[in-house]
Ligand binder design. Structure first.
Ligand SMILES: [Zn+2]
Length: 411
């Protein structure tokens, strides 16, 4: 039996371990802090209760394992994260780790025979809320994407990631000397949706088809600064007007492509930014374009850039692009999707086939093995204290996670 009460108590217990600040009401548990250490110790004790033996790898990933009858077989891995953003919610990441432990505890308590080993991983620093160079550190370390310079990234107090890992009693250089890539047969992750789709459709569970690929870049529009009173409308080269049209164009193109495509300009720096001066330069950063299909995503980028050139030309402006990052989407394996859908139908639970707009550790594990993901309906957005998922929905998700895992573990 999946124990709803135990899951609920564990979510609450983890949420209490938080950095304190009078202005925050949510959970603040940044990676490799004292709070993270306390949360890891608690999670480790739950893993042990579930019959797993536990270790911390050199990148700070907490790994619990229960062997199957065939000790040489590659494990089925269930993972997510227990770090949070500042003033975040209590469900993001944690339900995946707690749900994974619940699956193993269920196997243990019911004495279910499993052939292959099962592992639960709480990945280190998924959120990227502490060090300057962003998140998914633990899962990227596992796929070999972390280089020595990533260990030199600092937090706001000047503490390096290397130093923080060492304070956890780890030898971070072993990431490179020993390697921490793990053999795995299959990876599963359950996560809250963090968006409104399931809630708006009244469906508790999402069976994920894949995680959107991401383009990230910048654009600079240049015109001519001039007097706002003395320069007639027809003789202006207003960089902000051009930039604004480009932003609206991105919205139009994204709509035209339709879900799961999304496009955003997150930041604009308007110069010179004086009340009396027509803007001559706009730096748009955080241009973020995502889709499940990498080619479609690249087409959106290309159309936006072509349209930006047209707009600039028509207005006597110039435009420059800086493509910073193109991350490929990660597709969930069809046989896992089929297994999840069959299990959901057995449970008589309605589900939605959908893509994940947000990035997860699963994206990187897909480089190591077949990957599948489950979403649990959530409300109140995410990365804020209002984030919420009902315990009934979390139980359904965990039950589905358990049935999916068992259909691979038993044989
Ligand atoms: Zn998360």
């Amino acid at each position: 039996m999946i124990n709803q009460k135990r899951i609920e108590e564990r979510i609450e217990a983890l949420s209490k371990i938080s950095e304190q600040n009078v202005e925050w009401v949510g959970v603040s548990r940044r990676a490799l802090t004292d709070e993270d250490r306390e949360a890891q110790a608690l999670t480790k004790s739950w893993m042990e209760q579930a019959g797993m033996y536990v270790h911390l790898d050199p990148a700070g990933n907490l790994i619990g394992r229960k062997d199957g009858l065939d000790k040489g077989a590659k494990p089925l891995v269930i993972g997510s994260h227990i770090d949070s953003v500042l003033n975040g919610g209590k469900y993001d990441g944690t339900i995946g780790v707690i749900g994974g432990i619940e699956v193993v505890q269920h196997i243990n308590e019911e004495s279910i025979e499993i052939q292959r080993p099962v592992e639960v991983i709480a990945f280190c620093e998924e959120e990227g809320s502490r060090f300057e160079d962003g998140g998914v550190f633990g899962s990227r370390a596992m796929t070999g994407e972390i280089k020595s310079e990533h260990l030199d990234a600092k937090d706001e107090k000047g503490i390096t990631r290397r130093g923080a890992l060492e304070r956890f009693g780890l030898a971070p250089n072993e990431i490179f000397t020993k390697g921490i890539r793990r053999e795995m047969d299959l990876y599963l992750e359950m996560h809250i949706e963090q968006g409104p789709t399931l809630e708006s459709k009244g469906i508790p569970i999402g069976v994920i088809s894949g995680i959107n690929g991401r383009y990230f870049g910048e654009m600079t529009v240049e015109g001519e600064a001039n007097h706002v009173g003395a320069t007639p409308m027809a003789q202006r080269y207003d960089a902000l007007v051009g930039a604004s049209e480009i932003v609206i164009e991105l919205e139009k193109i994204s709509y035209r492509y339709g879900a799961p495509a999304v496009g955003t300009v997150a930041k604009m720096n308007v110069m010179p930014g004086y009340p009396n001066v027509v803007p001559d330069r706009v730096e748009m950063s955080g241009i973020d374009i995502r889709d499940l299909d990498n080619e479609r995503r690249d087409l959106i980028v290309e159309q936006l850039q072509n349209k930006a050139k047209e707009i600039a030309q028509a207005k006597g402006l110039s435009v420059e692009f800086n493509d910073r990052l193109r991350m490929s989407s990660a597709l969930c394996k069809q046989h896992i999707i089929d297994t999840m859908e069959a299990a959901a139908e057995e449970m008589n639970v309605s589900y939605l086939n959908m893509a994940s707009g947000a990035c997860h550790d699963a994206q990187f594990m897909a480089e190591l093995c077949d990957m599948g993901m489950i979403f649990v309906r959530s409300t109140g957005g995410s990365h804020n204290p209002q984030e919420r998922a009902s315990i009934d929905d979390i139980q359904l998700g965990t039950e589905l996670l358990s049935r999916t895992a068992l259909s691979y573990l038993k044989y």
